[in-house]
Design a protein around this ligand. Structure first.
Ligand SMILES: Nc1ncnc2c1ncn2[C@@H]1O[C@H](COP(=O)(O)OP(=O)(O)OP(=O)(O)O)[C@@H](O)[C@H]1O
Ligand SMILES: [Mg+2]
Length: 207
């Protein structure tokens, strides 16, 4: 799926060689400031490497139309922005941004169930708690049905029990629908339990 060769970004990332396989769950671990978020951003071309090559499905990442690439490779940021308006508006705005047609409310409701968010579609999104916002943001990513999900600490605001439940759900979603998932997590336990492969990034290098 992804192949990196001699990739450098400022003095933050230096990866000589890395392959990330299709349809697997990869966890990314490492100390704060080590370059995990930067690594994810390189994978959907939100930032471009200074040198080296990044391939997605055997094609150089910069050869893709960035908008199309970001519909296939969707990133859930570490601190996702919640849009103004209702929960339904958040889903609709996500679809507008990616030039996708609006889905039926039933689809949105199903997603809320998936992320265990017991709220009405017309509730104000800004009133949600931190952990609820995080789950709404995850639901918005799933709405786009990306080939690859880049999740940056998707459960950092959740209690242990909810974290386990949500990660289990999204991993099953990825496996059952043949998606590739790359997830930054602070939790070695979550990585061990759910990932097919673990990558450790320290001081910008794979260790
Ligand atoms: N665009 C940028 N320009 C300059 N420095 C940057 C840029 N983006 C990130 N950095 C720096 O690069 C380092 C790695 O940042 P990054 O956000 O990738 O770390 P991280 O591993 O995700 O950390 P955390 O676990 O705290 O989220 C940090 O020291 C950060 O300040
Ligand atoms: Mg980070």
């Amino acid at each position: 799926m992804f192949k990196l060769e001699n990739v450098k970004f400022k003095d933050i990332i230096e990866i000589n060689e890395l392959k990330i396989e299709d349809n697997l769950v990869t966890a990314v671990l490492g100390p704060s400031g080590g370059g995990k978020t930067t690594f994810l951003k390189l994978l959907n071309n939100m930032i471009s490497a200074d040198t080296g090559k990044i391939y997605y499905k055997n094609r150089l990442i910069e050869d893709y139309d960035p908008v199309k690439l970001r519909r296939k490779v969707v990133m859930l940021p570490q601190d996702p922005q919640i849009f103004k308006g209702s929960i339904a508006d958040n889903f609709k705005f996500t679809e507008e941004l990616t030039a996708k047609k609006y889905s039926d409310d039933e689809v949105y409701k199903e997603l809320l169930k998936k992320v265990s968010l017991d709220k009405n579609l017309f509730d104000a999104a800004e009133k949600l708690s931190g952990g609820e916002r995080q789950r709404l943001a995850l639901a918005r990513v799933m709405l786009l049905e990306p080939d690859t999900l880049l999740l940056d600490e998707p459960s950092s605001s959740l209690d242990l029990e909810t974290e386990e439940k949500i990660i289990d759900m999204v991993v099953k979603y990825a496996r059952n629908n043949c998606r590739t998932m790359i997830m930054v997590t602070h939790s070695p336990d979550i990585a061990d339990e759910f990932a097919d492969r673990i990558i450790n990034i320290e001081k910008g290098k794979i260790v």
